[in-house]
Design a protein. Sequence first.
Lengths: 737, 193, 223
Amino acid sequence: MAVSRREFMKLSGAGAIALLFGDQFRAFEALAQEKGLDTKIVHTVCQVCSGGCAVKAYVRDGRLVELRGNPDDQISRGILCVKGISGIQWLYDPDRLKFPMKRTNPGKGIGVDPQFVKISWDEAYGIIAQKLNEYKEKFGPESIAFIMRPQDFAKRLAKAIGTPNYFSHHTTCYTTHEVVWGNTVTGTGRPWTTDYANAKYILSFGWDMPGKAKNMQTQHFLAAIDKGAKVTVLDPRYTVTASKANLWIPIKPGADLAFALAMINVIITQNLYDKKFVNDLTVGFDEVKEFIKPYNPQWASKITEVPAATIEKVAKEFATNKPAVIATHKRDAAGPNYANSWRLSHAQIILMALVGNIDRLGGPIMERMPKFPSLDSVYPPPPYPKPKASRIDGMEKFPLLLKTGKGSFGALQNAVLEGKPYPIKAAIIRKHNIFAFPNAPNMVEALKKLEFMVVMDIHPSEMIQMADIVLPDHHPLEGGAISGRQYFGLYPQIGIQQPVIKPLYDTKGFRNIVIDIGKAMGLGDYFKDVSPGGYDDAALKANGYSMEELKKSPNGLLGEPKPFVPKTEFGTPSKKIELYASELKKHGYDPLPAWKEKAAKPSKEFPLYFVTTRPSVFIHSTLQNLEANIQVYPENQCFINTETAKELGVKNGDYVIVESPINKIKVKAKVTEGIRPDTVCVDHGFGHWSKGMTKAYGKGSNEGDIIPARKVQDMLDFNDPSMSDNMNDLCVRVNRA
Amino acid sequence: MAKRYVMIIDLKRCVGCNACTVACKQEWKDKVPSGEFRSRIKEIESGKYPNVTMIYRRTACMHCADAPCVKACPVEPVKASRKTPEGITIVDEKLCVQCGACVEACPYKVRYLNQDNKINDKADSCNFCYPRIQKGEKPACTVNCVGSVFTFGDINDPQVQKKIKMAKSLKPELKTKPSVYYIPFGNRKWDVI
Amino acid sequence: MARSTLYNSFSLCFTYPDENICSWILEGKWLEGMKESLKLLGEESFESHLRPFEEILKGKKEELSLELKREYTRLFINAFPHVVAPPYGSIYLEKEGQVFGKTTPEVLQFYHQSSLAIKEEVKDLPDHLAYELEFMGILANQESQATGGEKIRLEEMQMDFFSRFLLPWVPVFCEKIERNSHSPFYSHLGQLTREFIHLEKNYLGVPEEMNSQKSLEAEIRGG
């Protein structure tokens, strides 16, 4: 039947389509020129963890097909770890967040369906600006909380709004190291580079980076072993690192401090310390010598249950095998694991100073980073409003932590729940999951008190499920920035981060999102001319480079190897390593690491020590939705000693209930000889109730559910300058399920 | 001289992170069903607390020169389970009749036959990433290893020979002449199947 | 022309129901357009599949609008449980079950060979069902205005694209929607689309051997 086009259009709904879109195509346009699909190698930076390994991304026909380490990168040295290579699965996961969304179900809680609908970025920004300005007006800027890693653009927005409430997870992670190193050696934070490869003796207090396959650290650790380095591991659990060691000491949880103090005692009383280093580069030796007198191996032996002779042997080995290093990173025994962890960090620094190994090859090194300017110096802001309130987590009472700009988590949770000192109405949250908090169910209750949550992330985590507005971030492989080599930097080196593929969906880069929110809120004056690209240009310029140079670099890196010159001056008031920490004393903390027990002790009701860890194939509670990774490690476990298991009638693979004073979880038992009989270990990353985590949903339990969230008063009582959340300072009971 | 591929794994350096397992799974997603593996890490714990040892051992097809799986394959005239000229054991999907004889025959227990999935219902096991080798690339498991655990190459290569001299076969008494070798870590127990 | 109308209508139905598209859906004129097109194609019997929509669209505008937005987001974008039926060809065509698989560049190349490109401002994947349907609509429209060798070429292109990139997965995708949708609109849309694919298969004369649906329900996506 011959019908003219016009007639047909009039007749039918086709006319309605035409009315909507004219004669235009919707998703298509005429092809301007022949577009080949890219096959190329793109240099960028992995960001699954904070390591920042430089990456070579292999793209074929516009698809990412392989990831490898960049051989010229100081950090990755041509290799990527198991999490890094998983980046491909993560990029192409169908469950990734794709568009901004808003919640249409006002109800919130564990497992509650938010009934999201897709919205445009404009609508999202409009709602965010309207809400936040409302709360700012009615309840004060302090009613708005930021929960994300410290980042200059985000901090500017927080300051422009006028809220002091900016929180991060670091009090579960490494603030003990950060505060102690900052006030004994560096004046800033902890050093990230450790030259294990050149060490002759490696001592670990609960450090197990090889067990996480942490890229640079594992490579260097194994290189040291190849060269004949001796390794001693103190850990209640027989970790991967312990399995490579010459000696595994199954130390009682929290007793590491006593061991370390006794080592100091031996090294000083037997005159084994490096006199030149101590004389030239430290202050406070005489105070240490006096202080350490009672802490002899016999004393320590009673607390640690390790023979005095062993303690003495390890101390002597540490002092005589040069260079000797104590391995630390995050969440080790001197990380925020126990109430006395910050003291252990101090004792470790003293030990390394005594053997002359701070900022030396074979030891911990203040990374030689490129100097990146602050955002404020590149784009000077108009004056910020003065916050009218103190932080709700009481961090002003912990000025040494406040200086670092990191933390806190436990205190935040309780303050929000109690609405004291004042209620928080809204939160902007990025890349933090609910599982990162101690006592996750309690955190959910706290979040329910918020009236408005903006959550930014890449995948649908439990935090996203609680959101009012969801903003999808670029996947790291879709984003652009610059990255200084921090986790291993003997000389300044900068890596480029650039999109490996065109972003798949309607995602945005985080820095741009911050600027957009600022402008939408009417705070445009603070973001005039501010751009991420502009900042990156300025940062490169400050190091004598340009973005053009970086983009043209054949290996995606800039920076020439320089000979390593050890420091002879440090970031302290005396310019020396302060064994006796004057800054700690000034603020009312012990200037020397006096012995104190950990907080929780075994009782009849809760007789077992509890520690946690994380499997190598995941990064915390992320990546459990990846098909290959979840098949490798389908469920978390409770590591329990064979004898203890027998007593409880537990066989390998049985389910057990692990109960703490606040909560209980059900976990699969892994019976092993490789753990103290009085200790159990449950690893992290499971118990997902966000059903958006398809493959992981319903498996295992979140061990954080049973870890209590500390209150400000707890930390004041501990007199802990780092507000440590003491994630392993807990005793439990275990029974068959 | 004809190429013959071998793999030597350094047990001292392996940290059991499963990067090789994940790399294999990502490479062969269209061949290996959920729950099955061409390559895995076996954890071998030994001793009594506190005198414990633990070895992480990457375990996959041994590419035996005298392969029981090849002998067991009933398909004629060309076997489904057979050796390539380079000494690699492969399964020809087009010929496999899914009888499971090769799975039974493998003394190392590294083969599987999973007929209940929609991905690959034929007998399957590691093939040293044969399609990659034909393109001049190495097996996916060896590309990113934080331990640099793998040596993979031609047995005639002197560098490879050096490593083989330090290494042992798993259960040599099985007499299958495996092409995968392990460098033990001291005297820590490692040879459990 | 008629087939183009059908394809475009389906394409719009699988596009997020924002204000414009939502009004278009709820107004229901597209049903009339489909009926007209079917008449022109001599497929009046197919009309019975359209009837349920008349009832469905009678609901309260505001309620229906919210229902469509929620359900579209849940079925096709993000959801708790998992995103129910992500509308990207590679997930179903390939065993990996991921987006941007091997077939996605093949779809893009097909578009390019037809002198078409996805607009720069489009922020979604090239093998999204809505775009693939729009593409077929464009080809159908071009074919209806072409003659001779050009017409034959366009017919062959439609057959090729349809049999490689739509037929193998869309029916399975539709079944998933029918089984899991909470919204009558989308469950019926699933059924309607499935029937339409069947119709097109016959119209384009796809030989039986090309009708391969075996092992394409990606196990990974589950039920």
